[in-house]
Ligand binder design. Structure first.
Ligand code: ZN
Ligand code: ZN
Length: 526
């Protein structure tokens, strides 16, 4: 939230995703939604947009600014999320009724989605627009999914002072930009809020990823059985369709089965991608110009209705793309149920599988799983392709950040504690001040520049000031220790220095053991 004496404006308002998702579900807002004047949405993904209808339900009446493509995509994602929450609430209500418990209400319904859609106010890329007195913004290409944007915001009070420039990276795409354009490089900012999803990891190169995908496909096609591709239907499905198209062009003599995109939502999203050709990468634009749709490989079929989807079950072979990407629902479930027990079925995972999902259990080697109340033995051959990520990796993030002048202060967000700390350290190695805020921390945009390094100054300060320490602080300190340990392992230490280093490390180990036993004790006494 950007707050001045003139306004309160939010940037994104999404669902919590990741390990402690359940814990945050239904959590109240830390502010009064009715007191928020406007919202700027970086892109349609549900971890950025998912709670907007809830905000509206609780009194938000301002405008929602986003790009034109985001406006179209977010409608599809909101409707889907209302539908899933509605079904989930019904299921939980039935369960509760048997135990004499009260019914479960979904967080929001179609009604709040409709009300939220009325607030959407699309704006073009690259134009400076005053959205309220004292706040100008410009949306720049973020290269992450269609419509994704980096927000440049000029924040001022009405006192004639120079505005403070804050850049919100949103989610950034890879600098290679396969189906999207690469993210815009920006040079000036006082503050940058930078995402850190892959702040500690590098992706495989495009070439390696393509070779990997080709090899898996060639292997899978030998059996002429089903090839199932669980996939997110925004961006990832379009990317896989494009890769399949490239594969067919490269191996025209290989016998390819029919390709299906089995998702009404995926069909709509693909149509929207086709509508915004000027926003896509150069290679895709060139294909479209030649009249060749990159999202329509040969022998391809969209599957819309449930009957059509069931009919695909009767086919002996076929490459089936369907949601959800982590096999936590959607049409992929019935395809898995009907094919996982067959030895010649292939399943290709093309995205991250979060802990606790069926996809993750499969990737981790589960031999038997339960789908829709039935036990299914897993005999299919499973493959994982990790390189199709829509996110910048560590090198991309540091290169994008490296365009800012050295006076820019980085605030590292949108990452698990470890990658966030790792990115902050990478930024301070480059000479920037960078830190990882805890939830609900406040940053004074007008405070004089002070040395903020990633060596846990905020937590240390809180200890000195005897302020409350949260579990998040422990995670941050621990991940800082872990990255340091990784770093020490990587550097070659001269043997003459062993005597200096080992005693320090041994005492660090003793301290850690003491901390762990203190933790144990408090757990017991609790
Ligand atoms: Zn995203
Ligand atoms: Zn995100």
């Amino acid at each position: 939230m950007i707050e001045t004496s003139l306004y309160k404006v939010l940037v994104d308002c999404g669902f919590h995703q990741g390990q402690d998702e359940q814990k945050h579900e239904g959590e109240p807002f830390a502010y009064n939604p009715g007191g928020v004047d406007a919202l700027i949405l970086t892109h349609a993904h549900i971890d950025h947009s998912g709670r907007i209808p809830l905000l509206v339900k609780e009194g938000f009446k301002g405008k929602v600014f986003c790009t034109f493509a985001t406006a179209e995509l977010v409608e599809i994602l909101w409707r889907d999320s209302a539908k899933i929450m509605g079904e989930d609430a019904q299921w939980r209500t039935r369960k509760n009724r048997r135990r004499g418990l009260p019914p479960v209400e979904p967080l929001y319904t179609e009604k709040e989605v409709e009300a939220s859609l009325k607030l959407i106010s699309p704006i073009p890329y690259d134009e400076v627009i005053e959205i309220t007195e004292g706040l100008k913004i410009r949306m720049r290409e973020a290269g992450h999914i269609l419509g994704s944007s980096i927000i440049e915001a000029w924040v001022s009070e009405n006192n004639g002072n120079k505005p403070v420039k804050v850049v919100f990276s949103g989610d950034l795409g890879s600098l290679e930009g396969v189906i999207e354009k690469p993210p815009t490089m920006i040079e000036e900012a006082d503050f940058v809020l930078i995402e850190s999803t892959y702040g500690d990891r590098l992706h495989k190169s495009l070439e390696e990823t393509r070779t990997e995908f080709e090899n898996v496909l060639k292997d899978a096609l030998k059996t002429s059985a089903k090839v199932l591709v669980p996939t997110f239907v925004v961006d990832r499905a379009q990317r896989v369709l494009y890769e399949l198209d490239l594969f067919q062009k490269k191996y025209p003599n290989l016998q390819m089965p029919k390709i299906y995109l089995d998702s009404p939502m995926g069909v709509k999203v693909t149509e929207i991608y086709g509508k915004y050709i000027p926003h896509l990468s150069r290679e895709l634009k060139e294909m479209f110009l030649k009249g060749d749709d990159p999202f329509e490989p040969e022998n391809f079929q969209f599957v819309r209705s449930a009957e059509e989807s069931r009919a695909v079950n009767d086919e002996r072979s076929g490459i089936i793309l369907a949601g959800s990407g982590m096999c936590s629902g959607g049409r992929i479930m019935h395809h898995l149920k009907h094919n996982l027990f067959k030895q010649d079925t292939h399943v290709i995972f093309v995205g991250y599988q979060a802990y606790g999902t069926l996809g993750r259990r499969l990737v981790d080697g589960a031999k038997e799983i339960r789908i829709a109340g039935e036990d299914v033995t897993v005999k299919a051959q499973l493959h994982t392709i990790n390189g199709f990520s829509a996110h910048a990796d560590r090198d991309d993030l540091l290169e994008w950040a490296g365009n800012f002048s050295k006076k820019t202060r980085f605030i590292v967000v949108h990452g698990e504690p470890k990658p966030a700390q790792a990115l902050a350290m990478g930024l301070s190695d480059k000479g920037y001040s960078a830190w990882v805020p805890a939830l609900n921390d406040t940053i004074d945009l007008l405070a004089p520049i002070e040395e903020r390094t990633t060596k846990m100054p905020v937590i240390s300060q809180r200890i000195i000031d005897r302020l409350e320490i949260s579990p998040q602080d422990i995670i941050q300190v621990l991940s800082a220790i872990t990255s340091k340990a990784d770093e020490i392992q990587k550097i070659t230490i001269e043997s003459k220095d062993y005597a200096k280093i080992i005693p320090l490390l041994v005492s660090a180990k003793t301290l850690m053991e003491t901390a762990a036993s203190l933790g144990e004790n408090t757990k017991k006494s609790a």
